[in-house]
Write a protein that binds this ligand. Structure first.
Ligand code: ZN
Length: 301
């Protein structure tokens, strides 16, 4: 009886192995287009019974997830629209003409967000964008990313409830010097945004230009604020937005070395070798009607 079971087991294992060999042979033409990664080579030299248990899908997934795109491949992928908001409040007589670009009135903001939802846009978060650019992972049909810079209180009181209506999630880039100041968010509000599924990113300590950092500035502006945000949220801070959208090669390398997965600028061209650290965003202007914002999104990305 025991011998019979052993023989049966051997037969099952053998037939699974033969099936696998057939699969490899049949699918080899299409697989030849996918770069063979070390992990896949390792799979092929594993013991026979391990190979036999591998589903065809598993092999494909492993290949996709470990093939990192080079800069040219990332630059060739269609850009995801990313909007950058600052203040969300009604204009005051004292607001200058140029300041109004960065101040979207509350009702206009609501209409802009409604327009995005009505147009079929779905918000994505930085990890999704990263995996799309680096590994070619799929995104929703009409992806968009909504980002909010500078820690303004209205991000919590106006933006978050509005995003919630449509099941949207945003990215909030915090300058930590402002936490707890009048008209800025409290730490508890930043934590609440993070807990609700929004992403908290770093926007330095007090908004100094990254192009001019001394070694001490890297500690003050990046190291300590990141640690503070991680303590507040209980999560790693993996994304960065350059103050004023300003960057250069040195700034990019400094950010990259500090374990950020990606960094966001404004609308200038991406760096040819570091597209992941110079991701483009456009300002959602206070002057934009929902219709104008829609046109601006289609024109810019
Ligand atoms: Zn800023």
């Amino acid at each position: 009886m025991i011998t019979f079971i052993r023989v049966t087991n051997l037969l099952v294992t053998f037939s699974l192995f033969v099936s696998f060999l057939l699969f490899v042979q049949c699918s080899s033409p299409s697989q030849s287009e996918i770069p063979l990664t070390p992990a896949v080579s390792k799979t092929l030299v594993q013991p026979r019974d391990t190979i036999a248990r591998n589903e065809p899908d598993t092999v494909t997934t492993v290949t996709t997830s470990l093939t990192k795109a080079d800069a040219a491949t990332m630059l060739a992928r269609k850009q995801v629209p990313i909007l950058c908001y600052h203040q969300l409040r009604n204009w005051r007589a004292s607001d200058s003409k140029s300041a109004k670009t960065y101040i979207v009135e509350e009702e206009n903001f609501r209409e802009q967000i409604k327009m995005l939802a009505d147009s079929g846009y779905q918000t994505i978060l930085p990890d999704q964008l990263h995996d799309y650019l680096v590994y070619g992972r799929p995104l929703p049909e009409k992806p968009i990313m909504l980002t909010f810079d500078d820690t303004n209180l209205d991000h919590f009181t106006v933006a978050a409830p509005e995003l919630e209506k449509y099941g949207f999630r945003g990215v909030f880039f915090i300058m930590t010097v402002s936490l707890g100041r009048p008209n800025y968010m409290q730490k508890t509000q930043v934590k609440a945004l993070s807990d609700a599924g929004h992403i908290i990113g770093s926007h330095t300590w007090d908004h100094q230009n990254v192009k001019k950092y001394t070694p001490q500035d890297w500690v003050t502006q990046i190291g300590k604020p990141v640690k503070q945000l991680e303590q507040i949220t209980g999560k790693p801070v993996l994304y960065f937005a350059y103050p004023f959208g300003l960057w250069n090669e040195q700034a990019v390398q400094g950010i990259k070395q500090r374990n950020f997965k990606a960094a966001f600028q404004l609308a200038t061209a991406r760096d040819a070798t570091e597209p992941l650290y110079t991701i483009r965003r456009i300002i959602a202007s206070g002057y934009d009607s929902p219709k104008e914002l829609h046109a601006s999104i289609e024109r810019s990305f």
